[in-house]
Design a protein. Structure first.
Length: 703
């Protein structure tokens, strides 16, 4: 199915429902209801004032999302304290929240409170499976949240909250194009109506994007995303929310460059055939019922279907025998697919001054994976990988992943201005491994079953010192079980791995000063990891995963908004992080000891600052500076990346239903890297985009 066909289907679907359905009153958009307090749901699974939340949590509202016109989620989340999401091109990425810039399974990504992926099959690129066009707000909870969300909620939890249907018929149509080959069509529609069976609401949000020839070789891509949300207001006490989302991505993988090519020709690529193709479907239905003013229940059933096929650039490598390059090259093509069937039920009871929430969840996720070995051919003069040839099937296995959990949380209003929150979750996780090949050192271990059990507690307090000052503190514990790929790699014996545990303590201050003209937050944290799974090099030069690591992450996160002047509505926004991430115990081989060293890809400081001004009510202008400090790129701390600073300019003009916007990204045309790595005594760099111009138009129907 080509891009043009997908695009026509999405457009026709959106326009066809413009006058067909409705939104329920209790799910009004933020533009239609205003509250004095910021309400967040991620820290308690229910709506709660941020002033009563003893957690480091930030919220990006619909107004900010609409004004930014982001083509990459990192352009939004990077403006929150302690968050750095790098852009690897075509919506691929890595994340840093209280961790280095990493691919490790230390983040939990949610859509309306449901994990995008199941335990055991984390993907650091998982946010390309989110339809940003269908998102109303984003909540970012920093630090472990395993007491509510289970495994992987370590560095941070990002919850994408979908747009609710509107009360009146509305629709919008937008197009945009950049100087570097990026094109996008975005459509949406929503409506309201009454029936004999209650009030119904329907909203459809979709976009299709395409990246053609640009500054970078072998970098084409296309994506189609659609989200359909149906809200059914059965009665004042009973509501149903149904969500269906689909995301398809086909992207070339450009890979990285050596230091010389990165310096002289950043648009060059050694790749010609590497790619990634993803199809991700998610369905969910949530029933909410209020028994009385004190008690309510919620039940959610959900389904996931996800397939990823790759010939990834990171798997292409130089063949080495006894530490000496052979002059030949190899790679691997991979296939991974999973389906998930899940149920989450929770009940809350408010016995003033104590509110209790208890919940249970069960999830079954059959997972299939295949890996093929390929021989790769390279031009010795241009260094370009020209072609490849399939050799043999290395891995073919199935794993049935089961996750059951019981969680509870209590919120005790001890004093009118003092709130205590305590909670815990018990997870039982099982892997049922079925090797489809004859077990060997190449094809993997024999069939087996493996279980993991973990209790994750959390305790916090928030003290509302004055209406303008909130002081909070939080202790929480999180865990990460071994990934399926780490357990069932190409070893005849499955490594005896246990879950990694992380202990976190943080304390923060939220404040409003100068008649609420300055709104900010400061958070201190200390996060310690134990039994982390690290790659160990054995005396025979082969590698295996082991529970061999202990790490320490500590720092300060800051953020705030300053209303400089009501004249032209001038604002200054600031977010940043100052941190240190180090190995407390890391001996990757019998002769190497990196204990006490700084972890690679962990800048001591990063942040953004943005100035906004509205010279006329219809026009919003902004200038944004993005800073990433220097960092080590290897465990030995001998190779360093110097960091970078980038300037972005944006303009957004809206007159009634018409909207036009423009962006100049990387205004100074800075030459920098989005990520770096170090292997075989050589540094590699993933180049960032040069100066880029983007222009967009949008028309809003019925607003």
């Amino acid at each position: 199915m080509n891009t043009q066909f997908r695009l026509s289907v999405l457009t026709a679907a959106c326009l066809s429902i413009t006058y067909s359905s409705m939104a329920i009153a209790e799910t009004l958009s933020q533009d239609q209801t205003k509250t004095l307090d910021t309400i967040v749901v991620t820290a308690s699974r229910e709506g709660e004032s941020i002033n009563n939340t003893p957690a480091a949590i930030s919220k990006i509202n619909n107004k900010d999302i609409e004004a930014k016109h982001a083509t990459f989620i990192g352009q939004l989340v990077n403006q929150t304290p302690g968050v750095l999401m790098n852009d690897l091109g075509n919506e691929q990425h890595m994340m840093s929240i209280r961790q280095p810039i990493t691919t490790s399974a230390v983040y939990q990504y949610l859509e309306d409170g449901i994990s995008i992926r199941p335990v055991g099959v984390f993907n650091h690129n998982a946010l390309y499976e989110v339809n940003l066009a269908g998102i109303d707000s984003i909540e970012i909870l920093r630090g472990p949240a395993s007491s509510l969300y289970g495994s992987n909620a370590i560095g941070g939890t990002i919850n994408f909250l979908t747009k609710a249907p509107s009360l009146m018929p509305t629709a919008d149509l937008g197009i945009s194009s950049s100087s570097e080959g990026y094109r996008r069509l975005e459509v949406g529609a929503s409506n309201t109506f009454d029936t004999a069976y209650g009030e119904h609401g329907l909203r459809l949000s979709a976009y299709a994007s395409d990246r053609g020839e640009s500054w970078q070789d072998h970098a084409e891509s296309n994506k189609q995303s659609v989200t359909l949300r149906h809200d059914w207001h059965i009665s004042d006490t009973t509501q149903v929310k149904n969500i269906a989302s689909y995301n398809h991505l086909k992207a070339d993988m450009t890979g990285s460059l050596n230091a010389n090519d990165f310096s002289k020709r950043q648009g060059y690529s050694y790749q010609t055939f590497t790619y990634r193709e993803v199809d991700a479907t998610r369905l969910s239905s949530q029933l909410n019922h209020s028994w009385n003013e004190q008690q309510k229940s919620q039940m959610t059933v959900y389904y996931r279907d996800n397939t990823t096929e790759q010939n990834p650039s990171y798997n292409i490598r130089t063949d080495v025998v006894s530490g000496v390059p052979t002059g030949t090259y190899s790679g691997q093509t991979t296939y991974n697919a999973f389906q998930s069937y899940g149920l989450n039920v929770q009940h809350s009871a408010n016995f003033d001054p104590v509110k209790f929430t208890i919940g249970v969840m069960a999830e079954h996720s059959p997972n299939q994976a295949k890996t093929n070995d390929i021989e790769v051919f390279r031009d010795p003069n241009t260094l370009v990988y020209t072609s490849y040839k399939q050799r043999q099937l290395l891995r073919d296995f199935k794993v049935d992943i089961n996750n059951q959990a019981l969680y509870t949380q209590a919120n005790w209003q001890v004093l009118p201005n003092l709130n205590l929150v305590g909670g815990a979750r018990y997870d039982w996780i099982s892997y049922d491994f079925d090797n489809q090949l004859v077990p060997s050192t190449v094809t993997g271990a024999p069939d087996e079953k493996r279980n993991f059990h973990k209790t994750s507690p959390q305790l916090g307090l928030v003290w509302n010192i004055t209406p303008e000052f909130d002081l909070y503190s939080n202790w929480s514990q999180g865990f990460v079980p071994p990934e399926v790929s780490g357990l069932y790699g190409a070893n005849l014996v499955t490594p005896d791995l246990k879950e990694a545990t992380f202990n976190n303590v943080d304390a923060g201050l939220r404040f409003k000063l100068f008649d609420d003209r300055l709104d900010g937050e400061i958070t201190l944290y200390r996060l310690q990891g134990q039994d982390e799974v690290l790659s160990y090099t054995k005396p025979d030069n082969t590698r295996e995963p082991r529970n061999a690591g202990q790490t320490l992450h500590q720092g300060i996160e800051i953020g705030g908004t300053w209303k400089i002047s009501d004249i032209y509505n001038q604002r200054l926004k600031l977010s940043g992080s100052f941190a240190k991430h180090e190995y407390e115990d890391f001996k990757p081989s019998s002769v190497a000891d990196y204990s006490g060293n700084t972890m690679p890809s962990s800048p001591k400081s990063f942040g953004t600052i943005e100035y906004q001004i509205k010279p006329i009510p219809e026009l919003l202008l902004s200038a944004e500076g993005v800073y990433v400090g220097s960092y080590w790129i290897n465990e030995a701390n001998t190779e360093k990346y110097d960091g970078h600073t980038v300037l972005n300019l944006r303009a957004n003009y809206r007159q009634n239903a018409y909207e036009i916007y423009g962006q100049i990204l990387n205004v100074a045309d800075a030459h920098y890297a989005e990520s770096t790595s170090f292997s075989n005594n050589q540094a590699s760099y993933t180049p960032a985009a040069p100066r880029t111009y983007l222009l967009g138009l949008r028309y809003h129907f019925g607003e």
